[in-house]
Design a binder for this molecule. Structure first.
Ligand SMILES: Cc1cc2nc3c(=O)[nH]c(=O)nc-3n(C[C@H](O)[C@H](O)[C@H](O)COP(=O)(O)OP(=O)(O)OC[C@H]3O[C@@H](n4cnc5c(N)ncnc54)[C@H](O)[C@@H]3O)c2cc1C
Length: 464
């Protein structure tokens, strides 16, 4: 019998603990959590009587890991009633054009209106530029903004890509890595003379692989759970042996000893021994824990910055609203909020009681000054802006909640994959040690779940 200690009870740590427990039920699994609840960035509040996500609110179904985990745990899923979102621009409101890859168009069709006539002409003109020379060497990277501004013009970045990247990473296109944030596109870029052709090839390759996996390319894009995405970590914790998750128990140090590892945990600095350790915490905290056992991981981990944000959950009296799941609001609008999700139109389980449930977020990487406002002030400003954007006839909310996410989302800046490879190389030198989570292989919940399963499999392999 062995003991696995997982540091961090976010979706990553809990999934790894669950995978290990299924594989080796006789082992002891301990999940250390600094906070007073499980879930990390999966959080929820009771909003006008129902569970309402204030962290992740939807998981991609096309990356199968989250849906597969939900099925494994016997959890029923909810699919959106609509995913049709619009983008708010200084020139007006537009439907998002279909068939883009995180906002990168695959042709100039369908861009009229969202882009100006000059902007559309600029996209069309890519074919007449020098053929694209994107390096095949994975060590060479570019920023999304740098590449796309050069090939397709500023409007594609500012009006299409920025709002989508802003939603997923709370980051800026001019700093984020093409290879890390758009891997499917990056894989095609060296093979094609234009970004448009590479984006079309990436889209087609994705559809083919989904079809091969599921027999159809067109299942639901997103799902959630009836009690919110934040219900998933609770279900995982409940599926682990009693007492496996220890709340309010931060790990403060990690060292190697002859028989494995020792961790100092909790306020009393209790010493816990482990045969294997998985560090599933944000990069800065992982750097501090790994300093003594994998010093080569510290510098690359410290090179992964985080964006902070705040989410305001609001319930308004029922009222007529334009159809759709919500709005993306890019920085070119000069608005406070980054987006508005009309949850009671998007999710059928949030629509039954006549209330309008909406969430909206504020804060991007290096654009966090608005987060200095007091809770009351920030909430009032977000409510007013949402009421304006949605054209609410009854703009007084019946309930609001403000949730702050300090260090909410890691920034995959240009060169991110190199940093991750350096962390992994340093950790691989230490048998029985692994890292996983949002800092490495994708920030989305399915990516974190995949990262957790791979880490658990690597660790169980070293023990057997
Ligand atoms: C506002 C917001 C909205 C999002 N929306 C979506 C979405 O709609 N869909 C989607 O797929 N993804 C979304 N994401 C991203 C996704 O939720 C996260 O990337 C993911 O949940 C991160 O999981 P994790 O387990 O890797 O890390 P975390 O959730 O950060 O978990 C790490 C845990 O470790 C604990 N910890 C830290 N230090 C220690 C220590 N020393 N000892 C013990 N415990 C420690 C923390 O308290 C935390 O509980 C969103 C993120 C945010 C912030």
């Amino acid at each position: 019998m062995s003991r696995l200690v997982v540091v961090g009870a976010g979706i990553t740590g809990l999934t790894a603990a669950w995978a290990w427990h299924r594989e080796r039920p006789d082992d002891e699994v301990v999940v250390l959590e600094a906070g007073d609840r499980v879930g990390g960035k999966l959080g929820r509040v009771r909003l006008a009587g129902t569970w309402y996500d204030t962290g992740a609110e939807a998981v991609l179904a096309r990356v199968p890991d989250a849906v597969a985990l939900m099925a494994e745990l016997g959890l029923p899923t909810v699919v959106p009633a609509t995913t049709s979102a619009a983008v708010e621009l200084p020139t007006g409101r537009h439907r998002l054009p279909a068939g883009t890859l995180l906002g990168v168009p695959t042709s100039s069709d369908g861009l009229d209106g969202v882009l100006s006539p000059d902007g559309v002409a600029r996209v069309r003109a890519e074919a007449s530029l020098q053929p694209l020379q994107f390096p095949a060497d994975p060590a060479e990277d570019r920023t999304v903004g740098g590449l796309l501004r050069e090939r397709l013009g500023d409007e594609v970045v500012d009006r299409l890509v920025e709002p989508l990247l802003g939603g997923v990473y709370a980051g800026q296109a001019d700093r984020l890595s093409v290879r890390a944030t758009m891997p499917a596109l990056a894989a095609q870029l060296p093979r094609h003379g234009t970004v448009l052709a590479a984006a079309a090839a990436a889209r087609d390759a994705g559809a083919r692989s989904r079809e091969a996996a599921a027999g159809t390319p067109d299942g639901p894009v997103f799902v959630t759970l009836p009690d919110g995405v934040a219900g998933l970590p609770h279900a995982l914790a409940a599926a682990l042996p009693e007492g496996a998750v220890r709340l309010r128990t931060p790990a403060s140090s990690l060292r190697r000893v002859a028989a494995g590892f020792e961790l100092e945990v909790g306020a009393g600095r209790e010493v816990l021994t482990a045969d294997a350790v998985l560090v599933a915490v944000p990069a800065g905290k992982a750097a501090r824990l790994l300093a003594g056992v994998a010093p080569g991981a510290v510098e690359p981990l410290e090179g992964i910055p985080y964006a902070s944000m705040a989410v305001v959950a609001m319930a308004f009296p029922g009222q007529e609203l334009a159809a759709g799941s919500g709005l993306l609001v890019p920085p070119v609008t000069g608005r406070l909020v980054k987006g508005v999700t009309v949850s009671s139109q998007k999710w059928p389980h949030l629509s039954g009681d006549g209330l309008l449930r909406v969430r909206s977020s504020v804060g991007r990487y290096l654009e966090e000054e608005q987060l200095q406002r007091t809770d009351a002030d920030l909430t009032a400003a977000v409510v007013a802006e949402v009421a304006d954007l949605l054209g609410l006839s009854r703009p007084e909310p019946v309930e609001t909640h403000l949730v702050r996410w300090g260090g909410g989302l890691p920034q995959y800046l240009a060169g991110h994959l190199g940093r991750v490879a350096a962390v992994r190389a340093a950790v691989a030198d230490v048998p029985g040690l692994a890292v996983a989570g949002a800092a490495y292989d994708g920030v989305g919940v399915p990516a974190c779940i995949g990262s957790a399963r791979r880490a658990a499999a690597r660790l169980t392999a070293t023990l057997t």
